[in-house]
Design a binder for this molecule. Sequence first.
Ligand SMILES: [Zn+2]
Length: 345
Amino acid sequence: MPIEFKRYTVVSRFSPPGADGAERVQEIEFRRDPLTGRWSRINIERARRPKQTPSVVTALRELAEKARDTCPFCPERVETSTPTFTLLPYRRLHRGDCWVFPNLYPFSKHHAVTVFTPQHYKPLGTITPEEFKAGINASIEYLNTLKTIDRAACYPVLAWNHLPPAGASIIHPHFQILADERPPSIVSQEIEASEKYAESGGCFWEELLVSEEERGERFVKSGNSVSWITSFSPIGNREVMAIFKGKSSLDGLGPYEVEEFVEGLASLLKYYSESGLESLNMLFYSGPLGDDISRYFYLHARIIARPSPSTLYVNDDGFLEKLCAEPVIDMTPEDLANALKRYMK
Ligand SMILES: [Zn+2]
């Protein structure tokens, strides 16, 4: 069945201050995610609204410098200031400049941290594909070790909160890896909806890629194993999806797929950085480890930009995002795809 990109627009009417009662209109577009039915709202005027707190990236640099002397993830402290595994064949996993060790405050039975660069603070556009590659490969190696000691914890999450506006408590760049006996809620919804979609004969993800490439408006780039699109109904601002064709889980990724992904990721982050965005969240939506469900579900990553650091913290999650799970987005996915094409050729 054809994928339905459902959308409609409403108009909000009011007279802004200084307009002497003259009416202005703003359009709000509602979009429904074609797989899960999740709604989001787009009002591009929001990106232009005045913000009370100016972005101060230099403040972040100063903050980073202050935290350097006690940072547990810096190379001189990582072996004495981080926890160690007790159930695995290694206390910490050490590969090149990468370290994988337990999270000191876990929210999963298996919750690890991957420090993928020895440098305490790196502006977003300067993290290299090699650093990302080493971090993702070490994280996958950790997941493969987990499979040998706890097969039931088969639903992995590989994620990245970068800088405090994205929820990171430590500035030093690091990924987080979780493994649970059930997938997180949205992953679960996506897997179930994909399975249901396949009952009518097709793989949603394969059809999504064909459809988006034909339409072109949200399509950014397609390589041998990874396709990049912007989300029709985003969860967050400047949301980009990397979809791994024919792969359903993180442990199915080989060096070639990782290499292709990190090249795209580095290009995307260059775009973010040159657009004044320094903070982000990234997450891999994975099927179960050791089980190939690529007949109906493809592994994918979502990357969203968060507000830039400022002296007074500005959050982009309000009541609709936190309490209604219905995000308000300030740039159209089509404009984002257009901007990205210059960076991801
Ligand atoms: Zn550090």
